[in-house]
Design a protein around this ligand. Structure first.
Ligand code: G6P
Length: 609
């Protein structure tokens, strides 16, 4: 969804900008650009393709400046091309970068064309830079030009602007798209995500919706929409920027898969010491709100939605609490009934997903007992706008396909089920036994990840295929969905997941030797039923790939390939069985030669509708 970086310093900022863009590439990577102010005025370099292409072009052009803005794009309006890449300019001296969508750009464009402005791109963004130019002519300074421009915009945006006649600062605004301010020593910055700036600072201001900011090398001024100064709390991050480096791994996704034991360890640490202590991880108000909960509504997108689906099985089976789960883009646009005593739960790695955030904001007109965000980013919009938060401590996740965020979300959601269940008669003894299972997770995830080599072997069978079916039963159906999502996201193989019992109601028609069928078959109460479903596949000549433990007693044979998993306690099995599916997709994608960390057409943080 595009990434923005801006910097003002007493030194050349081009490296800060390009490094920042590389760290934001997960947000979009079809074109990139930079604009810098130096003694000769404004210098702009743009390139189609990844930030590496821009880096080389900027080096060749000798692009330098003490003040600058930069952008990596994920196309919404207008195809990926150099003309559509940001920064956009008006005249020779004004440049602007934008993340988001301007909904009324068509009307604004017509007005501006009547006023004599000429458009060089197909983007919605170009109207904004011309509007700033128009306001600048009227008002004479960049800050008030931006302040008056935003009054005319509808939609979601984070904007950063520079002008050659005011070379010692940049101005920026946040409304509907994320933007943070980084505080350095005699230099300051803005970016779509604090990750971009970790190489230069660990001190940040998170802007509120509607905030404008004037960034100078030695001063940062934040104001509300009316230009009234406001103060925003400073956050300090402990994690060093090495967290976001690939290290010895070939891809971020691979690193993040193998980081899962440690990520879960961090997420659980100090939070599962006793059944009584579990609710403390959800915030100060948790106990009072949880006491009133009679049902749960979960809303999320993508992988986070799958985590919610797993949680629903746990919530109803363990805590006996009715639980609904829905994708945010549907939930927010339909009329729904809110049962009395409903807790509204959002799940999100980034905390900035536009549909999830919009669904949360809509809840303020409904009678929920409270709002809980299960989220990986402290200070993100979802966290700030919810009364309760469970912070998953997965660390930065860079690969577009989500891995460690998912498994840490599941750990947090299982804790939520225990905290709520305790109020509904789940005994401390039962809770203690689930906590024991949770304590075994890092070790079991380690064992699952150690199956990397046999899974890599298995992956060869998928490389030439165009379709794959994933099957699971019960709580393992959403695990199968997550497996299918991973495969399609990064290997571009069409993959679908079915609850195994539904096979005979349609998808069986597709099964032949060209359609591999992957089944998640832990040794649980539905195993025997699943085995019958698998016979249906074999009888049609389908090749089966089973992920099962020894006790499941499934033996490999003609057309049946078995990957033997460690024995896993039943409740936490969905978390452990996720790992081999992640590895399978990873290896298939590597063998197919796709761009694993930045698959085509996708972006990690979807901050537009
Ligand atoms: C995008 C990402 C997915 C992610 C989804 C929800 O589609 O590519 O990996 O699951 O957004 O993101 P969130 O940050 O809300 O979990």
């Amino acid at each position: 969804m595009c990434g923005i970086v801006g910097a003002v310093a007493h030194r050349n900022v081009s490296n800060i900008l390009i490094t920042g863009l590389k760290r934001l590439e997960y947000r979009g990577y079809d074109s990139a650009g930079v604009a810098l102010l130096n003694k000769d005025g404004l210098q702009r370099v743009r390139r189609q393709g990844k930030v590496a292409a821009l880096e080389q072009a900027a080096r060749e052009a000798g692009a330098t400046g003490f003040t600058g803005i930069a952008h990596t794009r994920w196309a919404t309006h207008g195809r990926p091309s150099e003309e559509n890449a940001h920064p956009h300019m008006s005249g020779n001296g004004l440049a602007l970068v934008h993340n988001g969508i301007i909904e009324n750009f068509q009307e604004l464009k017509e007005e501006l064309e009547q006023d004599g402005y000429r458009f060089e791109s197909e983007t919605d963004t170009e109207v904004v830079v011309h509007l700033v130019h128009q306001e600048l002519e009227k008002r004479g300074d960049l800050f008030s030009a931006l302040q008056h421009t935003v009054k005319r915009l509808h939609g979601a945006y984070a904007l950063a602007v520079i002008h050659e006649s005011e070379p010692d600062h940049l101005v920026a605004v946040r409304s509907g798209s994320p933007l943070v301010v980084g505080l350095g020593i005699d230099e300051n910055y803005v970016a779509s995500d604090h990750l971009a700036l970790l190489p230069v600072t660990n001190r940040f201001l998170f802007l509120d919706e509607g905030d404008l900011v004037d960034v100078r090398a030695d001063q940062v001024t934040v104001t509300d929409v009316n230009g009234e100064p406001v103060s925003r709390k400073e956050h300090q991050f402990d994690s060093t920027h090495e967290d976001a480096e690939k290290g010895e791994y070939r891809h971020y996704m691979q690193k993040e898969i193998f980081e899962q034991p440690a990520a879960i360890q961090r997420t659980l640490e100090g939070r599962i010491d006793s059944p009584q202590a579990v609710s403390e991880a959800f915030g100060e108000q948790a106990a009072a709100i949880f006491d009133r909960v009679k049902s749960v509504q979960i809303v999320a997108c993508g992988t986070s939605y799958h985590a919610g689906m797993v949680a629903r099985y746990w919530m109803e089976a363990l805590a006996g609490i009715p639980c609904q789960v829905e994708v945010a883009s549907e939930f927010r646009y339909r009329q729904h009934v809110v049962p009395e005593g409903t807790l509204f739960v959002t799940i999100s790695q980034s905390g900035e997903t536009a549909d999830t955030l919009a669904a949360l904001r809509d809840t303020h007109t409904s009678e929920y007992v409270g709002r809980l965000a299960v989220c990986n980013v402290d200070g993100s919009s979802l966290v700030r706008e919810s009364e309760l938060t469970f912070l998953t401590k997965a660390g930065p996740e860079i690969g577009v396909a989500s891995t460690k965020a998912f498994t840490t979300q599941l750990a947090g959601l299982l804790m939520l089920v225990l905290a709520l269940g305790r109020r509904k008669g789940l005994t401390d003894e039962r809770i203690e036994s689930v906590l024991d299972e949770l304590r075994q997770l890092p070790n079991l995830l380690e064992q699952a990840a150690s199956l990397d080599t046999p899974i890599r072997e298995l992956s060869r069978a998928f490389v030439e295929k165009n379709h794959t079916l994933f099957l699971g039963r019960g709580v393992h159906f959403p695990v199968a969905m997550e497996g299918a999502l991973k495969l399609k996201e990064i290997s571009y193989i069409h993959a679908e997941a079915y609850p195994a019992g539904e096979l005979k109601h349609g998808p069986l028609a597709l099964v032949d030797k060209e359609m591999p069928v992957v089944a998640v078959a832990p040794n649980d109460e539905l195993l025997e039923k699943l085995k019958s479903n698998l016979q249906e596949v074999r009888a049609r000549g389908g090749e089966l790939y089973l992920f099962a433990d020894k006790k499941a007693k499934v033996t490999a044979g003609e057309g049946i390939h078995v990957l033997t998993m460690p024995a896993v306690p039943e409740i936490i099995a969905p978390i452990v069985y996720t790992v081999p599916l992640q590895l399978l997709s990873y290896h298939v994608a590597v063998l197919r030669g796709t761009d694993v960390d930045q698959p085509r057409n996708l972006a990690k943080s979807v901050t537009v509708e």
